[in-house]
Ligand binder design. Structure first.
Ligand code: AHR
Length: 354
């Protein structure tokens, strides 16, 4: 078959080629996604050296850097983020750093190379993820920090990242101290207790510890913390650490664990050492897992301060506001409660515990 182009068709094809080349140039200068690239979807934002938080007018691809998937709290948080992303019509890219700052740094750099429209980060510790978060800002990708915060003297909300969405960990520590003071007989009590703290350098460990210690010192100075040791927010480690501590300090009357997992491990260790948690030794922890609430109901734990892991709705509502150009507060606070047996709050909460 003979095939020849008319002048009109040739002009049309030439125009098409010009459009294609222009498209490629546009993609290189201002296109949407180009691997590791030097591109930006944000006019005026130069990838690699951006100094300001970029504004979003729309978003489709959301990246999510999770610090670990290792307990009921984190599984509940992950499920909440996944569900809220789907409900709001976003594509979600996910990583799990397995409690490693090195891994999370790599995860975030890889996610930046995937060119998401926005990046959500739950930092393992306060300082270690600051650099990759600043790298995201430099790459014209806005970040929302979720659950655990970063050190805000190194990266600030409104300048380096859009906002922080999470609980008030300091207040949780204060509420835990109030509950333990009550369990031990009130502010005039003299007693010794131990503290099992979370991952060293993480914002919940720093703030819960600070809130608890400060409240105890000011409200019940006769209650002394004789040992404070990390058990990395893990049940098995909580059990091991408590097994040692109860040998060293057999007369303690209370345990404050920065999360439920460590408290559950500690209760196992206390029982193995012949103690009766709930009677000889009062235990208070933070989170609101089903396992811990059941211990409250059985009397082996005195109280659990909530740290609500279902952050997805608040995170995606905040993202929606950001896209609409609304000013965000530096901190979007997730409210929490306290669950005890005596006032019925633990029983009422149990059906929604995770
Ligand atoms: O950052 C929230 C804390 O991290 C939760 O209390 C804990 O269970 C998790 O490991």
């Amino acid at each position: 078959m003979h095939f020849s182009w008319s002048p009109l068709k040739r002009t049309f094809l030439t125009n098409l080629s010009v459009i294609a080349v222009l498209g490629m140039i546009l993609a290189a200068c201002g296109g949407s996604s180009s691997g590791s690239g030097t591109t930006s979807i944000h006019p005026g934002c130069t990838v690699g050296s951006n100094t300001q938080l970029v504004k979003l007018t729309s978003a489709h691809k959301v990246a999510w850097s999770q610090n670990a998937l290792d307990g009921a709290w984190r599984f509940a948080e992950e499920a909440s983020i996944v569900q809220a992303a789907a409900q709001n019509g976003y594509q979600l890219l996910r990583t799990n750093a397995n409690n490693s700052d090195v891994q999370q740094g790599q995860d975030i750099e890889n996610l930046i190379n995937d060119r998401p429209d926005v990046l959500l980060v739950d930092p393992h510790t306060e300082d270690a993820e600051v650099k990759p978060i600043l790298d995201a800002r430099k790459a014209c990708i806005p970040v929302i920090v979720v659950d655990r915060n970063v050190n805000e003297s190194l990266a600030s909300p409104g300048r380096d990242f859009a906002t922080f969405v999470g609980s008030d960990f300091q207040k949780q520590g204060v509420l835990a101290a109030d509950a333990l003071i009550e369990a031990l007989g009130g502010p005039n009590t003299n007693a010794t207790i131990v503290e099992l703290s979370g991952t060293t350098g993480s914002s919940p460990a720093i703030l819960r510890g600070g809130g608890f210690d400060g409240e105890l010192a000011s409200k019940a100075p006769g209650i002394k913390i004789v040992a404070s040791q990390t058990a990395n927010f893990a049940r098995a480690t909580g059990q091991q650490v408590m097994a040692t501590l109860i040998q060293q300090y057999p007369n303690i009357k209370g345990v404050f664990a920065h999360n439920d997992e460590m408290a559950i491990g500690a209760i196992t260790a206390l029982k193995a050492a012949g103690k009766r948690p709930g009677q000889d030794i009062k235990v208070v922890s933070i989170d609101g897992t089903k396992d811990a609430i059941n211990l409250v109901l059985s009397g082996e734990e005195y109280a659990v301060v909530q740290s609500n892991p279902r952050l997805g709705p608040l995170v995606f509502q905040t993202l929606g506001q950001y896209i609409k150009g609304q000013d965000l507060p530096a901190w979007v606070v997730q409210p929490d409660k306290v669950f005890k047996k005596a006032d019925g709050s633990a029983a009422a909460y149990l059906p929604e515990a995770f």
